[in-house]
Design a protein around this ligand. Structure first.
Ligand code: ZN
Length: 275
């Protein structure tokens, strides 16, 4: 009896210890374009941090805060600074961004209108860009932001983040997400708890869902076949968002998954839990 009680106590303590560790799990660090930099901040009260005037995610507790900064793919290499305001005092924390070579990718898009949209398409694209920008910059003030994700769909990674892209030999923006290739209809689930801040059908991105995980950590799911959630829905980890499809500008069925921090798309692999 005593032994059973002891083992129950030990397992309970372990469960509490593990849940504490999990709640504070950080993403992997990569101080390069498209990466994530973590800066410890010593402050009594919760500090506010800014990177090029954009609010930066901060987690932790008194005297032990950490700023989690998303580094843009298009950034000058060298020294950069995080501006921190704590207890009414402003300070700069310096850090280094080093180079990372991203491969080039050449894609052939058969629908020429999707590479060189016409006038009418351009009006639609401009309209949609505003909605997409708004969803990417959303700030929701919560303390415990989930910083480790499960994979949002089953299937192999088919196109990595950061590839320098050419559509029909024309240079375009680098690949802003990680692609998971799977058959149309494959479920897409929330990689962590969040709120649906946008669900729509867009010219390039096709059927798309934005999930807000708090403090500017936002994930985006594109080219979906069906969307099972709507704006305002609160989702938990592993809740169904919809299914993989081939809507928008694609060469085949896949999920394009983007992770956004301080309005910057970063490498999703840095947030994935080991399987
Ligand atoms: Zn993609």
């Amino acid at each position: 009896m005593k032994n059973r009680l002891l083992s129950f106590l030990i397992s309970t303590c372990l469960a509490i210890a593990f849940s504490f560790v999990n709640a504070n799990e950080l993403p992997d660090e990569l101080n390069a374009p498209g990466g994530v930099v973590i800066i410890p901040i010593n402050s009594k009260d919760r500090p506010k941090a800014f990177f090029y005037d954009k609010r930066v995610l901060v987690i932790g507790e008194s005297q032990n805060w950490k700023a989690i900064i998303g580094i843009p793919l298009k950034i000058e290499l060298g020294e950069h600074k995080l501006k921190v305001v704590s207890n009414g005092v402003e300070a700069n924390y310096l850090f280094e961004v080093v180079g990372k070579a991203y491969e080039a990718q050449y894609l052939t898009i058969k629908n020429k209108r999707q590479v060189n949209p016409n006038k009418e398409d351009m009006l639609r694209i401009t309209r949609e860009r505003k909605l997409i920008s708004k969803a990417k910059i959303n700030w929701r003030e919560i303390d415990n932001v989930p910083l480790r994700f499960i994979k949002p769909a089953k299937g192999p990674f088919s196109s990595s983040f950061g590839l320098r892209r050419f559509f029909n030999n024309q240079p375009r923006n680098p690949h802003s997400g990680l692609d998971i290739a799977a058959e149309t209809g494959t479920p897409i689930v929330a990689p962590a708890a969040g709120i649906v801040t946008n669900a729509g059908d867009y010219f390039f991105n096709g059927k798309t869902v934005f999930l807000d995980h708090g403090q500017g950590l936002i994930t985006m799911y594109c080219h979906m076949e069906n969307i099972s959630v709507e704006e305002g829905d609160i989702v938990d980890v592993n809740d169904l968002l919809g299914t993989i499809g081939s809507t928008g500008r694609v060469t085949g069925a896949h999920l394009h998954w983007s992770v956004i921090l301080n309005n910057t798309t970063v490498e999703p692999l840095l947030f994935l839990k080991a399987e």
